[in-house]
Design a protein around this ligand. Structure first.
Ligand code: NAD
Length: 487
């Protein structure tokens, strides 16, 4: 069986105590590889390597161009190893290979190219002051970054954190999710092949509580924690970070609302709404899991939507025709199954879908659910959507905002005024109008409420992964009183 080790200080290594765990393919439901199981000693070793690489260099001192060349080489190697990386994620968590290879791997390569170029082309500010001084800004690497990732888009979300952290001159300890460890080890091997110095990108495997994750977030030598995962875990990590006053970025859960107005282009609305909830078997923080449809088009939308859901191909993730694979693990399947089985006891009706073979769940549509049903309020993280009618725009906005989460929302309308009005009224980090998933990496990404703290992307990643510094210089001699002026 394949073995995936930690990568610490430029070497792929086993855990100090020799512990390992199996990673299970959720389609075959059998272990397909073994992975080093890290504990506190391994976390200490990984942080010490990252600390040394930061304090002794050369990574933080390299120019943006030289670091950028290495990050671009890594992007090229990611593309050359697309099959190996995509297969690792597909075997670990069951997403169709067409998606891991066609979407996640290219986006991982793009993350490195984008953030390398963004850092190189980034400009600071010069603030001329009336007092005869000027102030300018510098963005200095923060130090050792702990990056803790979830299992739903393993490589893609890991690189979303690692790429800006590295581009700005930090060193990193990456802890992938325990369900999806393999691609992170491959990524770190490729980084070494690309010429990245030892200790700059370290990978530490293990679980969260009482394991590698907790040890990393409680480590006194970590300067930044960037986390993507569940809101409850985010709270635990924020508490750990507060002990050392370490800045933390939290990208957490969601309960994406999606509203279809009567004036929408229904073909477009059905097409995006299907992708919004059933891509990656609904295991997407942004999943459009609550659809509100204006009453005049409710029946037509629901009928077209349910037909499109029924037409989706479920099966072997390695088969190129498959659109929906199994859920990522048995534990997660059992959680989602609970929601499917309780649609009626919570007061709703199953319109289509239900349980599939093995750990698969068919695209499932629930209707007539009371607004306080668990299905309308909790993040299910599976291919289950609730469709609800509404009458007025004000009612739709109130329903969409009635959630502890605020990651994203979608709206479908051909009315320009309504599009702007509703976008402004929604409690969400991202609003998509007549589309979904489209991302510009310069834009802020993150959520409000239980969906997180902070934003990443473009300059927002720069702010998080650096210590911005103000340098104040006297330009010409001035009298003492004026030089104390605060502009
Ligand atoms: P999770 O919170 O269970 O685990 C995420 C990571 O945190 C894993 O690596 C895990 O080992 C680690 N971890 C768990 N407990 C820890 C602890 N006490 N200390 C340190 N590390 C710990 O999340 P998951 O189930 O892997 O991922 C699914 C969740 O992620 C969903 O809620 C989803 O919405 C969210 N998510 C959010 C975004 C976003 O950008 N907002 C993107 C993708 C996924």
């Amino acid at each position: 069986m394949d073995f995936y080790g930690h990568v610490i200080d430029g070497e792929e290594v086993a855990s100090l105590g020799g512990a390992r765990f199996d990673t299970v393919d959720p389609f075959t439901r059998e272990a397909w590889a073994q992975v080093a199981l890290g504990g506190k000693d391994d976390a200490d070793r990984a942080v010490a390597a990252a600390r040394r690489a930061f304090d002794e260099g050369p990574w933080p001192q390299m120019g943006f161009a030289e670091r950028g060349r290495i990050l671009h080489r890594l992007a090229d190697l990611i593309e050359e190893h697309a099959e190996e990386l995509a297969l690792a994620d597909t075997r670990d968590m069951g997403k169709p290979l067409t998606q891991s290879k066609g979407n996640d791997v290219p986006r991982a390569a793009h993350n490195f190219r984008f953030f390398a170029d963004h850092a190189r082309l980034s400009t600071g500010e010069v603030l001329p002051m009336d007092s005869g001084h000027h102030t300018y800004t510098r963005f200095e690497a923060a130090g050792v970054v702990a990056a803790i990732a979830p299992w739903n888009f393993p490589l893609m979300l890991e690189t979303w954190k690692v790429a800006p952290a590295l581009a700005w001159g930090n060193t990193v300890v990456l802890k992938p999710a325990e369900d999806t460890p393999a691609s992170a080890t491959v990524l770190a091997r490729l980084a070494l092949d690309a010429g990245m110095p030892a200790g700059v990108l370290n990978v530490l495997h293990g679980y969260g509580p009482d394991s590698a994750g907790q040890a990393l977030t409680e480590h006194p030598d970590v300067d930044r924690i960037t986390f993507t995962g569940e809101s409850g875990t985010g709270r635990t990590i924020a508490r750990a970070a507060s002990a050392h006053l370490v800045p933390v970025s939290l990208e957490l859960g969601g309960k994406g609302a999606n509203v279809v107005f009567a004036d929408a282009d229904l073909n477009n609305a059905v097409d995006w709404s299907i992708r919004a909830i059933f891509t990656n078997a609904g295991q997407v923080c942004l999943a459009g899991s609550r659809i509100y449809v204006q009453r005049p088009v409710y029946d037509e939308f629901l009928s077209r939507f349910a037909d499109a859901a029924d037409a989706m191909v479920i099966g072997d993730p390695q088969d190129p025709d498959t659109q929906i694979g199994p859920l990522a693990s048995q534990e997660h399947y059992l959680k989602v199954r609970g929601y499917v089985e309780s649609i009626e006891s919570e007061g709703g009706k199953l319109r289509t879908g239900g349980l599939g073979d093995g750990w698969t769940v068919r695209p499932t549509v629930a209707v007539d659910m009371p607004p306080n049903a668990r299905h309308c309020r909790e993040e299910i993280f599976g291919p289950l959507v609730v469709v609800t009618p509404f009458d007025t725009e004000a009612e739709a906005v109130a329903m969409m905002n009635d959630s502890p989460y605020g990651l994203n929302a979608m709206l479908f309308t051909e009315n320009l005024h309504r599009a702007h009005r509703v976008s402004a009224a929604l409690k969400a980090g991202t609003v998509w109008v007549n589309c979904f998933f489209v991302r510009d990496l310069r834009a802020p990404f993150g959520g409000v409420g239980d969906s997180g703290i902070g934003r990443e992307g473009g300059n927002f990643s720069r702010e998080f992964f650096t210590e911005p510094k103000a340098v104040v210089m006297q330009i010409s001699p001035v009298d003492a009183d004026r030089s104390r002026t605060l502009s």
